[in-house]
Design a protein. Structure first.
Length: 260
């Protein structure tokens, strides 16, 4: 076979190099400044639930509707978590000044989007941790939303990280305030009023008002209490998604209890 001389190969090379940017190009990125600040909290619309002032923008409303539609069994739980988080901010002005209220609200309301014990659920994968499935579904929701499409990447990333790490204090507590505040909103659900648990300044009256607005009817399982329900909850993943669940909190305890 006759070898191409370097010169005769040139047109081919030019063709290839001029084509490759076209074939690999991704959609033109919108590039908002990465350090664009979140909206000023006092300029955002709000509503009041259980006596708590909450951010009330279209994306926050739509996140709530999504949580209701896709995880009806955990809707009251995620709403309580959002309210615990909002109460934590009420009691900590330093943290409140650091947290992006929309990121916080969307992250907490969508943190269980893919927690259904159902491998046919549109957000549930066969192999990823449910926190990762939920984070992916939440990021897709934001990207597809009229307002969320305008969010700079870092805001979407904070939601993703907050959801993916919402049960991993060893990581979440060392992340940005948005991320650890999402962690705390969920943690307070399990921690408040338990021996050794945290309250983050939330009073009994505030706690009772949230429980009344969003009762715990969705504890899950034939358990003796919410922590037993939590182990029942994670045992399903140990059984059906073992590769991404072994080593995760609760899995060892679930196995020990013979739940898989
Ligand atoms: C309030 O939040 C800040 C972080 O923003 C934290 O360092 C501080 O410990 C918190 N205070 C309390 C009482 O939890
Ligand atoms: C699982 O999800 C699929 C798809 O959304 C749905 O059709 C099915 O009813 C669900 N199964 C259960 C047991 O909820």
């Amino acid at each position: 076979m006759q070898l191409l001389s370097p010169l005769s190969a040139l047109p081919l090379l030019l063709t290839l190099t001029s084509l490759s940017p076209l074939t690999t190009a991704s959609p033109a990125p919108r590039a908002p400044p990465p350090n664009l600040p979140p909206p000023n909290p006092s300029s955002l619309p709000h509503r009041t639930l259980a006596g708590i002032r909450l951010v009330d923008t279209p994306i926050v409303r739509d996140a709530e509707a999504l949580a209701k539609q896709y995880s009806p069994g955990s809707y009251n739980h995620v709403m309580r978590c959002w309210l615990w988080g909002a109460l934590q901010l009420r009691h900590n002005a330093t943290l409140a000044a650091q947290v992006d209220l929309e990121v916080h609200a969307v992250g907490l309301m969508l943190h269980d989007l893919a927690s259904a014990h159902n491998l046919s659920h549109p957000f549930v994968s066969a192999d990823r941790r449910f926190e990762v499935d939920s984070a992916i579904a939440a990021a897709n929701f934001i990207r597809g939303h009229r307002d969320g499409g305008e969010w700079p990447d870092w805001r979407v990333q904070r939601v993703w990280d907050g959801i993916a790490l919402h049960a991993e204090p060893k990581l979440a507590l060392y992340k940005e305030p948005d991320v650890f505040a999402i962690y705390w909103g969920n943690e307070l659900e399990w921690s408040y009023g338990r021996p050794g648990g945290q309250r983050m300044g939330i009073t009994e009256e505030e706690h009772a008002a949230v429980m009344e607005a969003f009762p715990n009817e969705d504890g899950g399982g034939d358990s003796d209490g919410p922590s037993a329900g939590l182990l029942w909850f994670i045992a399903w993943y140990c059984k059906y998604k073992p590769e991404s669940t072994y080593g995760v909190w609760g899995c060892g305890a679930g196995l020990f209890a013979g739940w898989t």
